[in-house]
Structures are given as C-alpha cells and as structure tokens.
Design a protein around this ligand. Structure first.
Ligand code: SRM
Ligand code: SF4
Length: 562
C-alpha cells in the first residue's frame, strides 16, 4: 500500500493557491500567532512564525502565550539593490522589525521580530520600494544566487540578467500575495500554476549562478546550478549542475549532504527551458511522503543520474554538450577595493555573520545608511553574508572608504579565518536551533585565533562555518572546519572541505563542548603546523594526512565518522 502523502501536501492542496485562511488569521486579535495551516502557507509569502526562545520558559511559567513574532525574507535575485532601496529596507526594519537587518547566505535580507499587526504594512512598504517577498520561503524556487564577482563587471551584468530571469520565470503564478497583502482585486475565474501545479513542489528548491574562479555561491550545494563559461568578458554559456543540498537530520543515515553532479554545457538562451525542466521533474518525481527526503538530491539518487539527465533533455528539448573545463579557487569573498573595467570600483565590506545593526562598538546600520545617502552605484549582498558597495566612481572612493572605516565596516583588523567564516542565525529566533551559532561563533573564533597564533599558523584563511542544527544553513558540510549544533553548548566537528566548495567535509568528533572543541583543534593545529606542506590548505591537509577520509558516496558513507 502506498504511504499517505505528507500532511503539508494536503495543506497546500486546500489552500486555494496559497490563500488559506491567512486573511482571517491576520484579523484574529486574540493571538499573536496564525492558524496552524496558515503558518505553513505564510512561508510562500515570505514569512515564518517564530517565538522568542529566550523568553519561552519564563512566559510558560507565567501562563502567557509564547512571544510570537515573524521573520520575513525578501526575494532579491543576485542580492542586488539600489541605495534608495537600501534606505527603504533600513527604515522598514527600524520601524516595523526589531531594528536589525540580517543578510543571509542566499544573498537576501531578513527582518526578525515583526509583530502580526505589522506584517501587512511591512510587506506593503517593501513593495513600494519595488521589492517583494514572494517565494522567500516555501515549497517553490527560492532566492536565486548570482556570484557578485567584483572582478568582472561586464560579465556580472550579463550573468545577473539570467539569474533574474530564472527567478521571475519560476515565480508562483497565483495572485494570492497581491490580493492579501497589496489589496489587489480578488481574482474572478479560474486560476492555475502552469509550472508548479496546485500542490507546488514537494519541498524548497534552490538555484545558483556562479562565475569562476570564485565559488562564492557554493554552486555545488544547490539543487540546480549554472556555472558561467566566458570568453573574456563575453558569456558563451553555462555548465549545468544538479542535485546539491546540505540538509541532514542528526543520526539519520538516510539523510545526507550531497554535491551537485555535472549534466553538461548549454547556451545562455537555453537556461530558462532547462531550469523549468528540472523544476517540473522535481514536481513530478520528488518525494511527497517524507519531507526529509523531498529534495532533488534524493530524487536524482532514486532515478539515477543518467535517467534524470535524459528526462531533462526530453522535457527541455535541449541536448547537453560536453561540460567545459572549470576551475574554482575559493569560496570566500574578496574584501576591500576591486577595480572594474569601466574605471569604477567595488568595495566589499565585512558584516560579521550578516547582522546589520548599531551596537556600542560598531555602527553598521548607520554606516550603510550614510553610504547609501551618497552612493550612485548599487549594493550587492553576497552569499557569505557580506555587502559590496558596487560601481563607485573614482572621485567617491575616499568619501565612502572614510565612512566605512569610521563605522567599522572594513575587513581590516579581522583575521583571515574570521573573514572566511559563517554562522547561521540559530537562537533566539530559529525554532530548529539546538545550539547557538551567530551569537557564539565570534567568541569561539577569538579562542581559535589564539590557538592558531600559538602554533605559528600565521594569518591563514580557514573556511569555518557554524550552524545551530544539522539543517546546514551556513553550509558547514563544505567547510574546512564545520561546527554543527547538537545540543546546548555542544557541536559535532566536521573536517575536510577543500576551501573551494568541491569536497564534502566529514564528521570527525561528536557532541563536543567548548573545551572539547578547543582541545581537539589545539591538537589538529599542532599537527598541521608541524606536518603541512607549503601553501597547503587546512582542509586539504586533514584529508591528505588521513585525519579524515574523503566522502566518496554520501548516501553510504557520510555518517561514518573520520
Ligand atoms: Fe535555512 C530552515 C535560516 C540558508 C537549509 N533556515 C531554516 C529556518 C527557516 C528555520 C525553520 O525551519 O523555521 C531558519 C530561520 C532562522 C531565522 O530565525 O532567521 C533558516 N537558512 C536560514 C538563513 C537565514 C541562514 C543564515 O544565517 O543566513 C539562510 C536564509 C537563506 C535565504 O535567504 O533564502 C538559510 N538554509 C540555508 C541554506 C544555505 C543555502 O541555501 O545556500 C541551507 C542548506 C542548503 C539546502 O537547502 O540544502 C538551508 N534551512 C535549511 C533546512 C534544511 C533543508 C533540508 O533539505 O533538509 C531547513 C529546515 C527545513 O527546511 O525544514 C532550514
Ligand atoms: Fe536554524 Fe538550523 Fe538553519 Fe541554523 S542551521 S538557522 S539552527 S535551521
């Protein structure tokens, strides 16, 4: 007998193309929450119901309902916005959110702490700024990543156009968002979702576009990826990769991270058809019973890569050519000033773990506000949670640098390891967090830096990523050192990424507290300092020296430690 479909499938099916009873939930004054079905449907509109976990037990003891608020995530293909849009993003966050803006690992921004009655005005305000949150979350295509690659401005412009087109082509067709939030006229007559169908995808779907040699989008961790192939500044096409994903459930070997496989080369104009073919295959063949197994990576494992590729060719009418050779050299951002071919400059700023706020010591929010007030180019959020001030004319450079220095936005004074690190949001907002990440990594990092200095490792870049649970939001499974939250103050330690995002890390030690982590890293750094080769990366060393075996087939060997 077939297993029953996951309850989320029924919620989607009865939602009338994502309307559910959201209007009624919003109008209910007795609770700060939504009806349970609406809390699922709201994700397609870009927002999640959350409660402040720091306050949970106190409120429970006082018989109060949890302190509900909402996180809203915008759709911002390639992370690009204008300075005017940034000023609106800032104003809205200060007036209707918790006064911070969180840059994400998928090149967009989130607001936290939005109270229910502020959701509608907030969505209206961002739409007035020509931004939206459609498909920010939910079982549809998510924000499309595009390498902000400061080295190639002409190529970026072309590649970015494709990223935007993919994002627009894969937007849900329903008018629900306009009706509910923007007071659009209710639709009269039939509605349909030509790409998604009425139950949308079995699960989220992620697409990225990379411009080698920088793998700053972590292309191989996406469901679908397009790797730009260029002749100088001219785009000739893309290598298509598919089947990447990070999400894991601790101690469940049927779940695993996976890197995308190469399908072949296509011409630029073939991108939309290939994207749509892959999405519809996932719609039709993806697992609708177990959400844990509902990502494209598992669909490809079940179908087999050859059968999957043949199906993409059949649906798109496009035959893949041989993939072109590609070389990636780094997952990191390139900080500081980079010149462009047109004489303008890009400045990549460092935003620790993507949290833009004004604190006692650094005034990131005010600093970016000041820059936006005089900047004539654009802003680009990077997939490493940083921000690029792009297209700065020569005569503005000094002014912008001066503001950035005064406000603590420059990378200067931070170690290379810190500049290569990421932490997910985790506590107090994320309901899935088992351990801290954003609030803890900076402190741990200081201690790790002390260790590295003690071993004379110099200021070397180590891609270090921390998440509060195994879902992998900061992509720790492609880090050289990954810390994956297991419980309060406890982390699994993973090693072995190659610093370019082409090799999975492997579990090295389980469930370590801070003392255990530092002791283990002390030992590893000592070994590295004594035995590494000239210019060898830390992750490469851990694999070459046999500390961890490479993950050859994640479906079988990811959960085997070391
Ligand atoms: Fe994520 C769920 C935050 C990128 C894999 N992610 C969540 C939720 C919404 C928690 C929840 O289920 O309610 C987190 C909200 C926390 C909060 O309070 O803000 C959350 N994910 C984030 C962000 C903000 C992390 C960050 O620090 O930047 C990133 C927002 C991306 C965006 O703008 O769209 C974020 N999440 C990722 C990535 C990285 C990526 O996409 O490149 C991954 C791994 C790649 C992948 O999808 O395989 C990722 N998030 C997950 C998963 C596991 C999915 C799976 O296949 O198992 C979950 C859990 C889920 O979907 O049920 C999740
Ligand atoms: Fe939350 Fe886990 Fe994602 Fe961190 S990795 S934001 S704890 S879901």
């Amino acid at each position: 007998m077939d297993a029953p479909v996951n309850p989320n499938e029924l919620i989607k099916a009865r939602s009338r193309y994502l309307r559910g009873t959201l209007k009624e939930s919003m109008a209910d004054p007795l609770t700060g929450a939504l009806a349970p079905d609406d809390a699922q449907i709201s994700k397609f509109h870009g927002f999640y119901e959350q409660d402040d976990r720091d306050q949970r037990s106190r409120r429970q003891a006082e018989f109060l309902e949890p302190y509900y608020s909402f996180m809203l995530r915008a759709r911002l293909p390639g992370g690009v916005c204008t300075p005017q849009q940034w000023l609106s993003i800032d104003a809205v966050g200060c007036e209707l959110g918790n006064g911070t803006i969180r840059l994400t690992t998928r090149q967009t921004f989130q607001y936290h702490g939005i109270l229910k009655h502020n959701l509608k005005p907030l969505i209206q305000r961002i739409n007035q700024a020509m931004l939206d949150s459609i498909g920010g979350c939910g079982d549809v295509n998510r924000n499309v990543l595009c390498s902000p690659n400061p080295e190639h401005s002409g190529l970026h412009a072309e590649v970015y156009r494709w990223a935007k087109r993919i994002s627009e082509r894969l937007l849900p067709n329903t008018r629900a968002y306009h009706e509910i939030w923007l007071d659009g006229e209710p639709l009269i007559g039939a509605e349909s979702e030509p790409v998604y169908g009425e139950t949308y995808l079995p699960r989220k779907f992620k697409i990225a576009v990379a411009v080698p040699p920088r793998n700053d989008v972590d292309i191989y961790t996406n469901d679908l990826g397009f790797v730009a192939i260029a002749d100088g500044e001219r785009l000739t096409g893309f290598n298509v990769v598919a089947g990447g994903g990070m999400g894991v459930t601790h101690d469940d070997p049927t779940t695993y991270p996976r890197l995308a496989d190469e399908l072949g080369f296509i011409r630029p104009e073939q991108v939309p058809a290939v994207a749509e073919a892959v999405v519809t295959i996932q719609r039709d063949f993806g697992n609708r019973v177990s959400r844990r197994h509902a990502r494209l990576k598992y669909t490809i494992e079940t179908m087999g890569l050859d059968a999957f590729k043949t199906e993409v060719e059949a649906r798109s009418g496009i035959i893949f050519e041989q993939p072109r050779p590609v070389r990636f050299t780094s997952q990191n951002d390139r900080y500081g000033w980079t010149p462009n071919a047109d004489g303008s400059w890009h400045l990549t700023l460092y935003i620790e773990n993507g949290r833009v706020e004004d604190s006692e010591t650094v005034k990131l929010l005010s600093g970016l506000r000041e820059i936006a007030g005089i900047h004539s180019g654009d802003f680009r959020i990077t997939p490493n949670q940083n921000l690029i001030v792009a297209g700065v004319p020569e005569n503005q450079k000094d002014r912008i640098e001066d503001i950035a220095r005064r406000r603590g936005l420059l990378s200067e004074g931070h170690s290379a390891a810190r500049l290569s690190s990421l932490a997910c949001v985790a506590l107090p907002t994320c309901p899935q967090a088992m351990a801290e990440a954003e609030r803890y990594l900076p402190r741990l990092q200081g201690k790790v830096e002390d260790l590295a200095n003690r071993h004379g490792m110099g200021d070397r870049s180590i891609v270090m990523r921390m998440t509060g649970c195994a879902n992998g939001c900061a992509r720790p499974y492609v880090a050289e050192i990954g810390f994956v939250g297991k419980g309060p103050g406890r982390y699994n330690l993973l090693l072995g990424g190659d610093g370019t995002g082409r090799r999975l890390a492997r579990l090295y030690r389980k469930n370590l507290n801070e003392e255990g982590l530092l002791e283990t890293l002390d030992h590893l750094f000592g070994h590295f300092a004594a035995n590494s080769r000239k210019n060898e990366g830390f992750g490469d060393f851990t694999v070459r020296s046999g500390l961890v075996k490479p993950v050859l087939n994640p479906a079988e060997d990811f959960h085997e430690s070391a």
